[in-house]
Write a new protein. Structure first.
Length: 207
């Protein structure tokens, strides 16, 4: 395959995946049809099936891309060697950036989990659980070294995920309460500051 063909394929896949991510986020797996994805991607259904032979193939690819992005941002904590306060603030910022930049991706993942992770449970167990354990090890090391107060790291991370991801998954509720059409940059800045302070207080870390 030459460079021109590779570029065309890349553009076609990108258009398909963007349309599919939005439709799966809005309608779920059952409600999103291949025909509608193809229409919104600006290609024929037959052409879409050349790239993704089944709707399940397309759905799994969308979730693969979501998880790749999400885990890359989460890896900062497990790989960090800095001061706990700085590391945790950066982690909160990265999670909120994902919610702001990839709201549909976040909602697709949330809907899959809320539905019992029927299609993607194996991948979550294989990829999310090991990273969670590495993050917990970081907290445990900090606790042993006296750098933070003792804390249940598992439930603190659950709470942190919920707080940051809600700015994508429940943005409709937030905008209704705030009386505006969409969240603003200032909302994410306020969220980053507030969540960061809550997390630091929970571990008695020094910023």
């Amino acid at each position: 395959m030459n460079d021109s063909s590779l570029k065309r394929r890349g553009r076609a896949e990108a258009a398909i995946l963007a349309a599919a991510t939005r439709l799966f986020a809005e309608r779920g797996f059952e409600g999103a049809s291949i025909a509608t994805v193809a229409e919104q991607a600006g290609i024929s259904k037959q052409n879409l099936l050349y790239y993704f032979p089944t709707k399940q193939d397309l759905y799994r690819r969308v979730l693969d891309d979501v998880l790749d992005d999400w885990l890359a941002r989460m890896a900062h904590l497990a790989e960090a060697e800095g001061a706990p306060g700085e590391v945790l603030r950066a982690y909160v910022a990265a999670k909120l950036r994902f919610s702001r930049e990839q709201p549909y991706a976040s909602r697709v993942y949330a809907m899959e989990v809320i539905g019992g992770a029927k299609f993607y449970g194996d991948q979550i167990r294989a990829r999310v659980v090991p990273l969670l354990r590495r993050d917990i090890e970081v907290f445990e090391r900090w606790i042993r070294d006296g750098r933070i107060a003792p804390v249940n790291a598992t439930h603190l991370l659950f709470a942190l995920w919920a707080m940051t991801q809600s700015y994508a998954d429940f943005s409709a509720q937030m905008t209704l309460v705030l009386g505006r059409e969409e969240l603003q940059a200032s909302d994410f800045e306020d969220a980053e500051r507030t969540i960061g302070e809550l997390v630091l207080r929970a571990v008695a870390a020094v910023a």
